[in-house]
Design a binder for this molecule. Structure first.
Ligand code: G6P
Ligand code: G6P
Ligand code: BGC
Ligand code: BGC
Length: 914
């Protein structure tokens, strides 16, 4: 307080004219509340641009995905190496993390210098120097032999495609090494380690300092979802909802976004508040025109702005007796620490003069007052601007959470924030002012970014082990597009007369020529056999004013011994159930038309004939393959003699589904099943169907895509687990695509992976239980439960506990990850084959953009919490020139089968009548 008085006193001594001129120079540094609000709003707009696919390319705030998907939860453990490059100090650290009740982090570190000529030399020199420092540290710690996992804090903007890849977008701050921009810095580090050939490291993660800081603070406070750096440079990161990040796959959960807000204003949007001094500083920097916001807010530049103002004031004769000294000409003399000292309230003016003296600036008392004032104006503006930017982030978080009042913690680091006497206060006041509905706690990071980087490395290493394990199951878009092209060829072969006999994808004509047109009516029976349930239905379609459908149904058990016994027994069973149903419906005396949904591949030469090509899924009754199932059923009914039935149509469940959905949406021309099995049908042009006479109109083709790959064409993407599933199945060597996709196999696929991982000590601390070893114990419905976004982990715990293993939290996370990979692969594969069908439809119609509806059914699609969304998203990505509506079939295939039967019945009546 005393010094403030002295300051006031001396100020009076300044000449009024001088005073006026100085005020005029500093005036542009005073930002009104409206201006700050405007800055906040502009920042908010730029954040959105950076997140959107279309605007992201030209956005100045780059919003870089970091592939860090959660904050620490205390289960991280292990011994890690960390590098911390890009701030004031370059550090190498050893970080030991203990989890559980005695959770703790111990760190050992050493600071190394990076000479200017290396910062601005060649990339190779820079990375060789880094590796030299690591070698020194490993030597010093006596751990040169251990191949430790490494987390690399690299405090520059990097484009990441995964946690362990980072392409340098552009150097900032004081770095300008050649041949690095556009390169992967992890590769550069790896190569430098190889060049040195003295030790090896496992580089697991590359992290921005903001992210490291958020994680360091997040370890203590789980509410910390923002990381702020106000140091040499300026930047912020925060946890964003995946659904808002358009350029990254997936919608569930969150990912940390490194905003790189330093580039804010590079498009000129804040030029109205940039002063001539700011422009001067920019022109003299290593990266002119770039990082304009950073250059107004961070430690590296504030001193420079001050220097430019002092030069101007000196030129005007208001300072240093009008003499621009050598020292004042020197770039970078005002480091953050000097700035902080000069502005300290505790410092007497004499001491300020001493500091200026140290910097080679000979000052009078008046000079030192003016210098102090200039520093104050510049740093205050910096803190306010930073606060306005942060308010935009906080506001976005509040909107994401959909709350009126947000409570959040911001982890902060950086010399400016830590050393400057007023910066943090002004920053916090500004945030409060501009985001009054948010309760923001600022938490200073005590241990730097290295700790956070190690925590990230701990998690990434575990997941990477799994990813590495399941690498072959993660299909890139490139692969999916390739699979789409392969399937398109398969379709072509199946349709052609010459190739059909040897084709694996059979492309079976169904003799269904159109979707329902609204004129169908009558009273029908539908049988529905082949999915999870055997169902018999009565479907009444009436026509008073508008078409209405009334359905009653009954589910019948089909014991395994019947599915696997003789064909005669199976059809006797079906006939018996039908008899029971007719009895209950009191229609045993009637001869109602019957539609038979039979969900297996059948060759048809007319609607009421279906020669089973091969059993699939759970069925394996003898003597049926090669026979007409309509005949077999008729025979079984005749044999009983207690009722009669008129089987008019055999339809596949895909066809039934397309017809069911077509009843509600005339545009429906594809039927898709993702259930016990998988398959699709679609409306093909007659002229493309060689196997059926005639070229007019269209016919529904049952693709039987489950058999895709049976000729070896998918071997490159099948894994050891897929082969094991096949070996243990009822139909080895067949339906290979189906076995990678559908519900009958998915749970088992996960189980096989878990067993192998446990055996290798990657899960459950190596424990394996008899339950875990039992085929079928892990079901697809368990996969669905574990992938639920909220209760998923607790479900995992329950399910695994029931299998006798005592899972840790980490185990649950890992198992969830396995489930995600397996189910994601399934959705991706279906997107590829469906994509091929959509392309065929588009080409058939000769339109640039396809508009169509896909009718969908099946337990996996319906029950899995994420499946449908993933399938839709990937499909739209693979076939961008389309508007596809996915319509869930609410009433099963039975309704559709009745529609087909209705048309057949009408035609038969006409025939009989005419
Ligand atoms: C963190 C880090 C540094 C980082 C710095 C920012 O704690 O560990 O590597 O870049 O803070 O501060 P500075 O002021 O050094 O740029
Ligand atoms: C449809 C049918 C079933 C069919 C099933 C596929 O709605 O009516 O008979 O096979 O869906 O699903 P699922 O999961 O039962 O195999
Ligand atoms: C870099 C950021 C970094 C920040 C703080 C900026 O210059 O572009 O990546 O987080 O400085 O160190
Ligand atoms: C069958 C198909 C059926 C699909 C879905 C496959 O195993 O071969 O005919 O559409 O399962 O139920």
């Amino acid at each position: 307080q005393v010094s403030a008085q002295i300051l006031a006193f001396f100020s009076l001594l300044l000449l009024a004219a001088q005073r006026k001129e100085i005020d005029a120079v500093l005036e542009p540094f005073l930002l009104s509340p409206e201006t700050l609000r405007e800055v906040k709003n502009k920042m908010r707009t730029e954040l959105e641009y950076g997140l959107k696919r279309e605007t992201q390319g030209s956005a100045t705030v780059k919003m870089l995905p970091t592939y860090v998907c959660g904050t620490p939860d205390g289960t991280e453990k292990g011994k890690f190496l960390a590098l911390d490059l890009g701030g004031t100090n370059f550090r190498v650290l050893l970080v030991k993390i203990r989890s559980g009740r005695r959770k703790s982090v111990r760190m050992y570190n050493k600071i190394f210098a990076i000479p200017l000529e290396i910062m601005q030399g060649t990339g190779e020199e820079l990375f060789d120097h880094i590796v030299h420092c690591i070698a020194d540290f490993l030597e010093y710690m006596g751990i040169k032999g251990a191949r430790l996992p490494l987390g690399f804090t690299f405090s520059f903007p990097c484009k990441q495609a995964s946690i362990d890849k980072g392409t340098l977008v552009g150097w900032t701050k004081g770095f300008k090494a050649t041949d690095c921009e556009g390169e992967d810095v992890v590769d550069m580090l790896r190569e430098a380690i190889k060049r040195r050939n003295e030790f090896d490291l496992d580089i697991v993660a590359v992290v921005n300092d903001t992210v490291g800081t958020m994680m360091t603070c997040g370890y203590e406070d789980p509410n910390c979802e923002i990381g702020l750096i106000a140091g040499t440079g300026s930047n912020v990161c925060y946890m964003e909802d995946m659904k808002n990040i358009e350029i990254v796959e997936g919608n569930e959960g969150k990912m940390c976004i490194n905003t790189e807000w330093g580039g804010f204003g590079d498009n000129g949007c804040i030029d109205n508040i940039r002063t001539e001094y700011d422009k001067e500083v920019d022109e003299g920097s290593l990266n002119p025109g770039k990082q304009r916001y950073e250059k107004m807010t961070s430690g590296m530049y504030l001193g420079e702005i001050v220097r430019q103002i002092l030069i101007d004031l000196t030129k005007r004769g208001l300072l240093f007796r009008g003499q621009i000294s050598e020292s004042l000409r020197k770039r970078g003399i005002f480091e953050t620490k000097f700035l902080s000292q000069i502005e300290s309230d505790r410092l007497a003016l004499l001491q300020v003069r001493q500091i200026l003296q140290q910097l080679g600036l000979d000052s009078t008392c008046e000079d030192s007052i003016i210098v102090k004032e200039v520093c104050g104006a510049v740093s205050r503006r910096a803190a306010q601007l930073c606060g306005a930017g942060l308010a935009a982030i906080v506001e976005k978080k509040r909107e994401n959470r959909g709350v009126e009042h947000l409570q959040i913690t911001v982890g902060v680091d950086g010399t400016l924030y830590k050393l400057h006497p007023h910066f943090s206060r002004v920053l916090q006041e500004t945030v409060k002012e501009l985001a009054p509905w948010c309760d923001v706690t600022f938490m200073l990071s005590e241990d730097g970014s290295g700790k956070g980087a190690a925590l990230i490395t701990a998690v990434a290493k575990r997941l990477r082990n799994i990813d590495k394990y399941l690498y072959a199951m993660r299909l890139s878009d490139e692969t999916l597009i390739d699979i789409m092209a392969r399937f398109r060829r398969e379709m072509k072969n199946g349709l052609s007369r010459d190739f059909n006999p040897t084709a694996t994808v059979k492309m079976l004509p169904t003799f269904v020529r159109s979707i329902p047109d609204g004129s169908e009516k009558g009273d029908f029976i539908a049988l529905d056999l082949g999915g999870s349930y055997f169902r018999i239905l009565r479907v009444k379609v009436s026509h008073e004013k508008k078409q209405t459908v009334q359905m009653e149904s009954e589910i019948y058990n089909t014991p395994e011994d019947i599915m696997h016994g003789s064909g005669t027994r199976l059809f006797d069973h079906v006939a018996e159930c039908l008899g029971d149903f007719m009895e209950k419906q009191q229609i045993k005396d009637k001869k109602l038309p019957v539609g038979f949904t039979f969900s297996f591949p059948c060759r048809q030469s007319k609607l009421d004939e279906g020669v089973l090509i091969t059993w699939t899924k759970r069925f394996k009754a003898s003597g049926v393959e090669g026979a007409d199932v309509v005949k077999l059923l008729n025979r079984a009914i005749k044999k009983r003699g207690d009722y009669d039935a008129d089987i008019m149509a055999v339809v596949n469940d895909t066809v039934g589904t397309m017809m069911t959905c077509g009843f509600d949406d005339q545009r429906c021309e594809v039927g898709l099943i993702i259930g016990t099995g998988t398959n699709a049908c679609y409306m093909e042009e007659m002229r493309h169907i060689d196997l059926v006479e005639g070229d007019e109109g269209r016919m529904c083709i049952n693709t039987e895509w489950g058999a895709f790959g049976d000729d070896g064409s998918l071997e490159d993407i099948r894994t050891e687990f897929d082969r094991e599933i096949d070996r243990g199945s009822l139909n080895p060597g067949k339906q290979l695509f189906e076995k990678m996709v559908s519900g009958l196999y998915m749970g088992e696929l996960v189980r096989l992976i878990l067993v192998k991982m446990a055996k290798e000590g990657l899960l459950f601390e190596g424990r394996i239980t008899p339950e875990l070893l039992t085929k079928g114990k892990f079901e697809t419905k368990h996969v669905s439960a574990i992938e639920k976004s909220k209760e998923g982990l607790s479900k995992a715990k329950d399910i695994l506990t029931r299998l006798g293993v005592e899972p840790s939290h980490e185990d649950c996370v890992a198992v969830q990850h396995v489930c995600t990979i397996v189910s994601f692969r399934s959705a991706n594969l279906v997107a590829a084959t469906l994509g091929a069908i959509l392309c065929q439809l588009r080409d058939n119609k000769g339109v640039g953009r396809l508009r169509t509806t896909v009718g969908v059914d099946g337990s996996l699609y319906k029950m899995h919490p994420q499946y449908a969304r993933r399938l839709h998203k990937t499909t739209r990505r693979l076939v961008p020139d389309s508007d596809v509506r996915f319509l869930l079939s609410e009433s099963g295939s039975g309704k559709g089968a009745a529609m087909v039967t209705a048309v057949a019945y009408r035609l038969a009546e006409q025939h009989r009548g005419g």
